[in-house]
Write a protein that binds this ligand. Structure first.
Ligand code: FE
Length: 133
């Protein structure tokens, strides 16, 4: 059965259920009552997304000269699906960004090397050599 992840990282596993909230093991996520909330953070069901095996989702922003209108903007983040075990470099290649022009890579707000493995929910920012940050 499919697992669902809350915004807070909590994962609902139907095999486990949520016994403390009276949800028996074997209860599919979609059968949870609408009154059920995340046992960790209290958010309602609408904040959960289905986990697809082997696929992670990351959000990307590009700054200054790296901005590509449809692929990587600086105002809103663009969400991309990547295979598990993909690195930041793989993402750069997928976006067809000029890797030599990328001076700074931000991973969840901190500088990171391009060989870093991506995790589900990561937020990335790419910045060129020029431009004040
Ligand atoms: Fe939560």
């Amino acid at each position: 059965m499919e697992k669902y992840r809350c915004r807070c990282e909590y994962i609902y596993d139907p095999a486990v259920g949520d016994p403390k909230a009276g949800i028996a093991p074997g209860t599919p996520f979609l059968d949870l009552p609408d009154t059920w909330v995340c046992p960790l953070c209290g958010l309602p069901k609408v904040n959960f997304v289905k986990l697809v095996a082997g696929v992670i989702k990351v959000k990307v922003k590009c700054f200054s000269t790296l901005v590509k209108a449809d692929a990587c903007d600086y105002q809103g983040s663009t969400e991309y699906e990547m295979p598990e075990r993909a690195t930041i470099r793989d993402l750069i290649e997928k976006l067809q960004l000029p890797v030599e022009a990328i001076k700074l890579v931000f991973l969840n707000g901190k500088e990171a090397p391009v060989d870093t493995l991506l995790k589900d929910g990561d937020q990335l920012g790419f910045s060129p050599a020029t431009g004040a940050m």
